[in-house]
Design a protein around this ligand. Structure first.
Ligand SMILES: C[S@@+](CC[C@H](N)C(=O)[O-])C[C@H]1O[C@@H](n2cnc3c(N)ncnc32)[C@H](O)[C@@H]1O
Length: 168
């Protein structure tokens, strides 16, 4: 087990069991993540996919935090440093190549930009866990399906939207 620096178990407790079940079926290679935080999901992707093949991963995050993080007074610059540290640990743990694209900014901007770059039907796995404000979640969900080009998309929805979304 790597010496990752995580300050919570959000991913381990909820998302990981689902991904353990579906990753072997989906076999994704080109992935997009909205909301990376300290990289818990990101490092899982690098380790799991990278153990089998080269992996291309796009990570979108403001590293400003959502409203809930601001209310907690989290130092998001430290969160971002932990992300960069953790991702390098993960990169060094695999033999295959990691093609990592870090998009620092809001998801509405970068999802639109990726689409404008011609990546409209490019990714085969998209994980949305960015802002949990309802209008933002809706925007991410609406923009993301344009990227879904996985052959199993008829059977399995590969766009996973985490968080129910709420107004405050
Ligand atoms: C719940 S955390 C993500 C947790 C992460 N998926 C994990 O597995 O540990 C939400 C992240 O979304 C980012 N975020 C919030 N609003 C955003 C927005 N509009 N665009 C991009 N990222 C955003 C925050 O900075 C934060 O790092």
């Amino acid at each position: 087990m790597s010496n990752y620096e995580f300050t919570n178990n959000w991913f381990q407790g909820t998302t990981k069991p689902v991904w353990d079940a579906i990753f072997p079926q989906l076999n994704p290679r080109k992935l997009l993540e909205v909301g990376s935080f300290e990289g818990a999901a990101t490092t899982y992707i690098v380790e799991t996919v990278g153990a089998l093949a080269n992996v291309e991963l796009h990570a979108i995050d403001t590293w400003i935090g959502g409203i809930e993080h601001m209310e907690q007074g989290l130092d998001m610059s430290l969160v971002e440093k932990r992300f960069l540290y953790n991702i390098e640990l993960a990169r060094n743990s695999i033999d295959n190549r990691l093609d990592l694209h870090i998009h620092k900014g809001t998801s509405d901007f970068f999802l639109s930009k990726l689409f404008a770059m011609g990546l409209g039907e490019y990714f085969d796995f998209i994980y949305v866990d960015g802002s949990h404000q309802a209008p933002d979640v809706l925007t991410d969900a609406v923009l993301s399906p344009t990227f879904d080009n996985h052959p199993m998309k008829a059977q399995v929805m590969t766009i996973l939207v985490s968080g129910f979304g709420h107004y405050s």
